[in-house]
Design a protein around this ligand. Structure first.
Ligand code: YH5
Length: 276
């Protein structure tokens, strides 16, 4: 059980996290009210479909995406977090690397920090320690702008595990309880197809850290690279990847398509827990 700012997350069985992007390109209209309303509609739907966590992100990490200031990011995510917190019985995760956004989001009701930069930004470690909510530490090689240019590893699994071990040590030294940490190999973040496949094939290696494992593979380019499919045709493959992750011990599955993933996760879990 994880205490996510007053709401409990049961980590003894796999859970689905729904993705809620609140970057301007995810809305046709720029108006604040309209974007909060449409974010709420999406969040409601994901909760009805079985999402236990909603991951709210206001910064695009796509290669080539515009950089945003902390103020811009807060303007986008805080009203959405407040609205979800008011209405829905769900844990809200804030997908950010910026210390000021972490604090503002947690003050608005977020119960988890999801940082693709693993609290490496200036001040993020201290901010997260003061927030006292669970933190997901993700591995990335390089920076979003250039990470996919020439990802290189000698042994991708060992290197990602070693990076996370190092970040866990740094977090604990900064006052974040080990029991508040979640780890993520960072599928697609500075990884070629073979690296992503190795990480999934050996995902059980992350169990050695004895922390909940979060994975995000939904609709990602690794599927495009393996199958040659455009993003709108990646649901069946995303489901297969989610099932394989659960089979190997993943606890939180971050996805766009909640309903289909919840079914796949429940079924995989039923087989995994079957004792005979
Ligand atoms: C993650 O893995 N990923 S944002 C490209 C796509 C589809 C999806 C075009 N935040 C993760 O979801 N946080 C993101 O295909 C994340 N783990 C954690 N913890 C990228 C994304 C995406 C990118």
């Amino acid at each position: 059980m994880l205490n996510c700012g007053g709401k409990t997350l049961d980590t003894s069985q796999p859970q689905v996290m729904g993705i809620l992007n609140v970057t301007p390109d995810s809305f046709s209209d720029g108006g604040i009210f309209l974007s909060v309303e449409s974010a709420l509609v999406q969040a409601r739907r994901m909760v009805n479909e079985g999402a236990v966590i909603i991951d709210v992100g206001g910064e695009s990490t796509r290669p080539g995406a515009a950089t945003v200031t902390a103020w811009q990011e807060m303007d986008r995510v805080v009203p959405v977090i407040e609205a979800i917190q008011r209405e829905l019985p769900v844990i809200i995760s804030i997908d950010t690397s910026k210390p000021d956004v972490m604090c503002a989001a947690v003050a608005a009701g977020a119960g988890m920090i999801n940082d693709v930069r693993a609290l490496c930004e200036e001040g993020a470690l201290q901010a997260a320690a003061r927030c006292t909510v669970p933190v997901c530490l993700m591995h990335m090689q390089g920076e979003p702008r250039s990470m996919q240019q020439a990802p290189q590893y000698e042994d991708v699994v060992a290197e990602v595990v070693a990076f996370l071990v190092g970040r866990i040590t740094v977090c604990v030294a900064a006052g974040i309880p080990r029991a508040h940490l979640i780890i993520d190999p960072g599928f697609g973040f500075g990884k070629a197809l073979g690296h992503n496949l190795s990480l999934l094939k050996h995902l059980d290696a992350f169990q050695s850290l004895a922390l909940p494992v979060l994975v995000g593979m939904s609709r990602k380019s690794m599927i495009g690279a393996a199958l040659g499919q455009p993003v709108e045709q990646r649901l069946p493959a995303s489901i297969a990847l989610a099932a394989l992750a659960v089979w190997q011990g993943a606890t939180i599955i971050r996805v766009h398509d909640v309903q289909a993933t919840v079914d796949a996760v429940k079924m995989t879990w039923a087989v995994k827990k079957q004792n005979q």
